[in-house]
Design a protein around this ligand. Structure first.
Ligand code: AP5
Ligand code: ZN
Length: 214
């Protein structure tokens, strides 16, 4: 099963990707996590990406498309994958299509901007696994620690309120056009499009996903 998770920053893509990965045994491909790993490794690309990410802007299509193509070609993607945070621009979606990468489902998480801004202040992450928590809505078992590894959780550099607002602006301008793009793909019979209310509690969103994906 090949799935695109579409939604604003903080809409819950990473959270539900973790759920879907466990349920369907397909890997999560998070371009954001891949970029953060490159930053941590101190690669030239990572350092260039960090400047852009800290401003809440998008990394260039060429770099991202190259990263995703390379990742999708790996063996563990044979039975499908979850695209989390990609595609994010029309050229990225077109590049996928041109490369012959079809998707089965495009899932949009609908969450208003004011809810997002409030959510991001409480996000805590475990970078090594991609697990995501929230101090109130999805707390870890032990405060400040990852449930499975016990490692410290961190706050992402781009979760400052100003950066979150910049990211939301970029989302509406450059990523939201993909709602029409994939709705049209669905109308043409190329995939299924689902819009979910992402303001519901984490477990309820997961339940709805399980129901619609089977
Ligand atoms: P990326 O890492 O992809 O960030 P994003 O899209 O902005 O999304 P987030 O990870 O912030 O949110 P999410 O939807 O995963 O929400 P989460 O589940 O964590 O990208 C970062 C940057 O990298 C970009 O700004 C850009 O610069 C660059 N980049 C990445 N991909 C790119 C691309 N394709 N092209 C160009 N540049 C790219 O949840 C958020 C919080 O809410 C958590 O605390 C969670 O616990 C909580 N939560 C989740 N669901 C619920 C719920 N239902 N109810 C209450 N709380 C909830
Ligand atoms: Zn995420």
């Amino acid at each position: 099963m090949r799935i695109i998770l579409l939604g604003a920053p903080g809409a819950g893509k990473g959270t539900q990707a973790q759920f879907l990965m466990g349920r369907y045994g397909i890997p999560q491909i998070s371009t954001g996590d891949m970029l953060r790993a490159a930053i941590k490794a101190g690669t030239e690309m990572g350092l260039a990406a960090k400047r852009v990410m800290d401003e809440g802007k998008l990394v260039s299509d060429d770099i991202i498309i190259g990263l995703v193509k390379e990742r999708i070609a790996q063996d563990d993607c044979e039975n499908g994958f979850l695209l989390d945070g990609f595609p994010r621009t029309i050229p990225q979606a077109d590049a996928m299509k041109e490369a012959g990468v079809n998707v089965d489902h495009c899932i949009e998480f609908d969450v208003p901007d004011d809810v997002i801004v409030e959510r991001m202040g409480g996000r805590r992450v475990h970078p090594a696994s991609g697990r995501v928590y929230h101090v109130v809505y999805n707390p870890p078992k032990v405060k400040g620690k990852d449930d499975e590894s016990g490692d410290d959780l961190i706050i992402r550099d781009d979760d400052k309120e100003d950066t979150v607002r910049a990211r939301l602006g970029v989302y509406h301008e450059q990523t939201e056009p993909l709602v029409s793009y994939y709705s049209a793909e669905a109308e043409a019979g190329n995939c299924q499009y689902h819009k979910l209310d992402g303001t519901k509690p984490v477990d309820e969103v997961s339940k709805e996903l399980a129901e619609l994906l089977g």
